[in-house]
Design a binder for this molecule. Structure first.
Ligand code: SF4
Length: 241
């Protein structure tokens, strides 16, 4: 564990970006990376922090906190990402620490820990949430991520939509997996109140060697997939074109 502060034991921090313009639309944020994950996505682009967290030095919370406090006028918020942050019992503690500094908080999640999300929402610890929706909510999900609890993912979708905070559901689109019918099935699970982001797959960073050979979609193809999603959701954004 990454130590303790006024709010209890904190998870290890395995990466820290001081300022990013890319991780929360329209905001300047710092980014905190927590290790490990309960899934094993074949296209994971951050596999080292998932599978080999010990090779990454732990960054003391005191160092992160000092930077955040000193730059709280410049930074709009903090993005907590991973790996999968919700697997850590100490996640609420680090979010409370961020709150005590007065920072806005975005969480990236794979949505498999709906019980954790429920607690974070009820305590008002999040201002924005980005949840992966990797496939239609059926047996096709496990083809990409390995064994997973589809009902928990479905419940997380509902919790996010009910929470009223800013959100996005994100699908990394992979040639050979995500075609128009798959995108329609994913976006229909988001409901008309949901925001969907289709993001470009980065083959060279994929965990699975077979995935590294897949050609990424062209711009026109991505826009066409976005058009397939548009009738089902409130808003569609394409990233990485
Ligand atoms: S959920 Fe995210 S961090 Fe976990 S294996 Fe999948 S892509 Fe990697």
């Amino acid at each position: 564990m990454g130590g303790a502060d006024g709010n209890g034991v904190l998870p290890d921090i395995k990466g820290f970006i001081k300022s990013s313009f890319l991780d929360w639309d329209g905001m300047v944020v710092s980014v905190i990376f927590l290790p490990g994950c309960n899934l094993a996505c074949r296209y994971c682009h951050n596999w080292s922090i998932v599978a080999e967290p010990t090779v990454h030095p732990t960054i003391p919370w005191s160092v992160v906190k000092e930077h955040l406090v000193e730059n709280s006028d410049f930074i709009d918020g903090v993005c907590v990402t991973g790996g999968e942050p919700t697997i850590h019992d100490g996640l609420p503690n680090i979010l409370r620490e961020l709150r005590s500094i007065g920072l806005r908080i975005k969480l990236d999640t794979n949505g498999t820990k709906s019980n954790v999300l429920r607690g974070l929402f009820s305590e008002g610890l999040l201002d924005y949430i980005a949840m992966d929706l990797k496939a239609p909510l059926d047996q096709r999900y496990a083809d990409i991520v390995g064994p997973c609890d589809i009902e928990a993912i479905r419940e997380s979708v509902c919790l996010i939509l009910e929470s009223g905070i800013g959100h996005e559901f994100r699908t990394t689109v992979v040639r050979g997996i995500h075609d128009h019918s798959v995108i329609e099935a994913i976006s229909s699970s988001v409901t008309p109140e949901g925001n969907l982001v289709l993001q470009q797959f980065v083959p060279e960073r994929a965990r699975d060697a077979d995935y590294r050979k897949i050609l990424r979609f062209e711009r026109d193809e991505l826009l066409s997939l976005a058009a397939a999603a548009r009738p089902f959701v409130k808003r569609v954004v394409v990233r990485g074109i």
